[in-house]
Design a protein around this ligand. Structure first.
Ligand code: PXP
Length: 245
């Protein structure tokens, strides 16, 4: 039997705020959803403060800091976001590429190409005591560059895998091994569902998943607590199987 570490589940609640903002009112409240996520067994809450504030707002981040579990703030590597993060000091920040026209985060950061501009951002967040993660495709050159910048964590983009692209699971498995070999803590996320999470849970180097859109959608049918509990159950059972196998 090989030892496999437990896998954390971070729940991304951006889309509760999307629904709230559709009417410009103060409900549904993402922080109320976060409290239910805690009840359902989430290990962390992830909120993406986008430059256009299309879902999460600054006040949501402020309120989320008081939650009983760690807050992971997703953000673009801009001066404005660094200022906000260094002021609010969430447990972790995940740097993501951001384009205003995109529907969601469509690809990983180009750490190789943007090394010079990302370096000071990683350093400023680290100096503020924030755990920095870089959202990257499972490409060895990007992972090498992430380690070179001194980021302790990478989050592997599972979007292409979730869309069923050939060879993506093998790339993620190799990327996770490569990143762990560099001493990076490995997280993964994007597009994960009950149907596709299993093979990712079986990757022993992956320590945390961040899942949002599917869970908020599923909550419409079975409620948020049950939607998250089911995901938690799949992750825990998959991890135990990986340990036995
Ligand atoms: N991780 C990162 C870095 C993301 O940008 C997102 C999407 O906001 C997620 C995880 C969660 O993706 P999804 O909402 O598709 O589960």
């Amino acid at each position: 039997m090989r030892a496999v570490t437990p896998m954390r589940l971070g729940v991304n609640l951006d889309h509760v705020a999307t629904l709230r903002n559709a009417r410009g009112l103060d409900y549904p409240d993402p922080i109320r959803a976060a409290q239910l996520a805690i009840e359902a067994g989430a290990d962390g809450i992830t909120l993406h403060l986008r430059e256009d504030r299309r879902h999460i707002r600054d006040a949501d981040i402020e309120r989320a800091r008081a939650l009983a579990i760690p807050l992971n703030m997703e953000m673009a590597a801009t001066a404005e976001m660094v200022r906000i993060a260094c002021g609010l000091r969430p447990h972790a920040c995940c740097l993501v590429p951001e384009r205003r026209a995109e529907v969601t985060t469509e690809g990983g950061l180009d750490v190789v190409g943007q090394r010079a501009s990302l370096g000071p951002v990683v350093a400023a967040l680290r100096d503020a005591g924030i755990r920095v993660s870089l959202f990257v495709d499972p490409d060895p050159a990007q992972l090498d560059a992430a380690a070179g910048l001194g980021a302790p964590v990478v989050e592997l983009h599972t979007g292409a895998y979730a869309l069923g692209h050939a060879g993506e699971l093998a790339r993620l498995a190799e990327g996770a091994r490569h990143a762990a070999g560099l001493g990076l803590e490995v997280h993964a996320g994007h597009g994960l569902t009950y149907g596709n999470v299993g093979p990712i849970v079986a990757l022993p180097e992956v320590r945390e998943l961040n899942i949002g859109h599917f869970l908020v959608g599923e909550a419409l049918f079975i409620g948020l607590v049950e939607a998250i509990r089911r995901m938690r159950g799949l992750i825990d059972a998959g991890r135990r199987r990986a340990e036995i196998g």
